[in-house]
Ligand binder design. Structure first.
Ligand SMILES: Cc1cc2nc3c(=O)[nH]c(=O)nc-3n(C[C@H](O)[C@H](O)[C@H](O)COP(=O)(O)OP(=O)(O)OC[C@H]3O[C@@H](n4cnc5c(N)ncnc54)[C@H](O)[C@@H]3O)c2cc1C
Length: 326
């Protein structure tokens, strides 16, 4: 592999998403290790401004892939446009973030054009010879090799640090000319789920988060009481919101909210990468878990090994007493 490593850029209201800059880090590492080149693609009806943002981050070329049919994301449009770009530019590896867009576009590109795919990658060794992915909610790591390129890869958010600004790559406009009928899905509108307005984890200073091991909606009371005693908000891992114990707006992680409070208390949360990426930038992390090997302890400043049903109420009581409310 010594060809082009192409990062597919995601944008949000014109701004390049952080996860795309993480991919650029990986593309640059792979290019350096293999003697290839790191490049990137921004797709849209007017992609030049976003492509210019990326060009200052150590990639040789940013392709501004342009077509009226790319005004809104569709899997057909992106797969067709990327396939053409790959053929015309000699791309070896296409990197997507393992995000809802990546889950949709990467398999489409792989399936429609019979390209090998690796998904949810968290580490790469030997310049792209061995790729590691997590399976069964992070309980197992699977190391894989890739037999043949071009190939499609999705990369877990948070697995690589975002790249620094560096150098100035070229922006190359590519008018892709999608045929009528190439895109079978039609974008109508985006609406967001109604929020209660009471929860704003993104700007909370203190978050107390609970996990699956709490066991029920009713038992979540111990987490809420500690959050109230500290004047903080309640967070949760995904199984909690999937089970309906709390609404989605409480979910922290790759498919929830990214938070950066001064204090994050994680109780009975194992520390799967999808949770960690959403809270690892917190100022001070306290983790409570009865398993001393729990991965959450790797990012915690204070590790409390024990039963949350004893520790959390005791903490609440101590805080209320210290504040004169005991
Ligand atoms: C595509 C995708 C996206 C995802 N997005 C997210 C996301 O945004 N956010 C997220 O959180 N997850 C997400 N997940 C799920 C993630 O992989 C994990 O499954 C999830 O984070 C695990 O939640 P948990 O830690 O609450 O449960 P578990 O992994 O079951 O961990 C429970 C923990 O509680 C501990 N425990 C048990 N009893 C006690 C006790 N009495 N006292 C103290 N500790 C105890 C156990 O030792 C264990 O460590 C996603 C998964 C996928 C595949």
């Amino acid at each position: 592999m010594a060809g082009k490593i192409l990062t597919v850029i995601e944008t949000d209201a014109g701004r390049v998403r952080d996860c795309s800059y993480e991919l650029v880090t990986l593309a640059r590492e792979l290019a350096q290790a293999t003697g290839g080149t790191a490049c990137a693609a921004v797709l849209g009806d007017d992609p030049v401004a976003a492509a210019t943002q990326v060009a200052g981050h150590g990639v040789e070329t940013v392709y501004a892939v342009k077509d009226p049919g790319l005004a809104a994301y569709t899997a057909d449009g992106w797969a067709a446009a990327l396939k053409r770009l790959m053929a015309s530019e000699g791309v070896d590896i296409v990197l997507f973030s393992h995000t809802p867009l990546g889950w949709d576009a990467a398999p489409r590109l792989s399936a429609v054009h019979s390209l090998p795919a690796l998904t949810e990658i968290v580490a790469v060794e030997d310049g792209g010879k061995v790729w590691t992915r997590l399976m069964f909610n992070g309980k197992f790591q699977v190391r894989m090799t890739l037999d043949g390129t071009p190939a499609v890869v999705t990369v877990q958010k948070g697995a690589f640090p975002p790249c620094e600004e560096q150098g100035q790559g070229a922006v190359k406009e590519v008018a892709i000319g999608l045929e009528p009928g190439a895109i079978r899905q039609k974008y109508v509108e985006t609406t967001s789920a109604p929020a209660s307005g009471k929860v704003d984890l993104a700007s909370a200073d203190i978050i107390v988060a609970g996990g699956r091991s709490i066991g029920s909606k009713e038992k979540f009371g111990i987490i809420k009481e500690l959050a109230d005693a500290l004047g903080g908000q309640v967070g949760a891992s995904r199984p909690v919101t999937d089970a309906g114990w709390l609404p989605h707006e409480h979910q922290v992680g790759s498919s929830g909210i990214t938070v950066k409070p001064k204090l994050y208390i994680a109780s009975g949360i194992s520390g799967a990468i999808q949770h960690i990426v959403g809270m690892k930038q917190s100022g001070y992390i306290v983790a409570i878990n009865r398993d001393k090997e729990a991965p959450i302890f790797e990012v915690a400043d204070v590790c409390i090994i024990g039963d949350q049903f004893e520790i959390v109420p005791a903490l609440t009581k101590a805080i209320l007493e210290a504040r004169g409310h005991g």
